[in-house]
Design a protein around this ligand. Structure first.
Ligand code: GLN
Length: 278
């Protein structure tokens, strides 16, 4: 179990958001409430991404990560509160058994305007993600796209973890423009990836969260997620950080997108979807 949180709204203090509420993300590191059998505490590091305008005016994700427990890092109260952003994506980690505890394994993983976090685990992830890469390659080749999904790409993962390898595939989907412009439809990329992983490993736990500085998208496969959306703000969080009644629990197997004023919740894999071919 990890816990994550994506925020889009009025400019807010990055550090304050990590400690906001009676059940803040930092508190969830040592006292999470909705564990669903995925671990006990989230003490294997944390990370946070925020956005600034890049050279062409497009939002660009920056990040800070630390492999130590979030409650031990003074930067959370002494440095990160000085950063202000209209979008934030934070994550605290509980390393899956057998995976390294190191900075490079801490979400968020970032690429240009994208930031990503994975709450869950993919059993036999090396075999499964190699097979998923081949599936994506077959689908891209059929669509006449240049070959992006060669299995060697998985070596680009920052760390030897399921989440880091999964990010390489999602990142490449978001980068590819000729096999479907997934950067414009990131929800479709999430659906494609989750479906492919579940086809090879039905017990995979896949609560994914991505943000581009203007919107956040998430999936629920096994783990908890709640949404808080008003006209001004959109937050997706593994657990509500306070007891405001406007938090809305998201059921399992959903694909969620949120921005201020808009919350969309779709079935992740519609029952009539053809699942046997990539
Ligand atoms: N499997 C991922 C990792 O080890 C995510 C862990 C989690 O959700 N607990 O980093």
């Amino acid at each position: 179990m990890c816990r994550h949180l994506g925020y889009v709204g009025p400019p807010t203090s990055v550090g304050e958001l990590l400690t906001r509420g009676t059940h803040s993300l930092r508190t969830q590191a040592w006292a999470p409430k909705e564990m669903r059998g995925g671990g006990t505490i989230n003490a294997d590091g944390f990370g946070v991404a925020w956005w600034r305008n890049g050279a062409c005016g497009a939002p660009q994700a920056s990040r800070y990560r630390n492999p130590d427990p979030i409650w031990t890092d003074p930067a959370v109260e002494e440095v990160l509160p000085q950063l202000v952003s209209g979008a934030v994506l934070g994550s605290i980690r509980s390393a899956t058994v057998g995976m390294p505890v190191e900075r490079a394994a801490c979400a968020p993983f970032v690429d240009g305007r994208w930031a990503f976090s994975h709450n869950g685990a993919i059993p036999e992830w090396r075999r499964v993600l190699t097979a998923v890469t081949s599936d994506l390659d077959v689908a891209a080749t059929r669509a006449g796209a240049t070959r992006l999904f060669e299995t060697a790409r998985l070596l680009e993962a920052e760390a030897a973890t399921d989440s880091a390898a999964l990010w390489v595939l999602l990142r490449d989907l978001l980068r590819s423009t000729d096999s479907g412009d997934y950067a414009k439809t990131p929800a479709t990329a999430l659906r494609l990836l989750v479906d492919a992983v579940l086809r090879h490993m039905p017990t995979a736990r896949l609560n994914l969260l991505i943000g581009d500085g203007e919107q956040v998208w998430a999936t629920t496969v096994h783990h908890a997620l709640s949404a808080f959306v008003t006209d001004d703000v959109a937050i997706l969080s593994s657990e509500p950080y306070d007891d405001d009644p406007r938090w809305q629990p998201i059921p399992d197997r959903k694909l969620v997108s949120a921005r201020p004023g808009v919350l969309s919740i779709e079935e992740l894999t519609p029952p009539d979807t053809e699942r046997s071919t990539p």
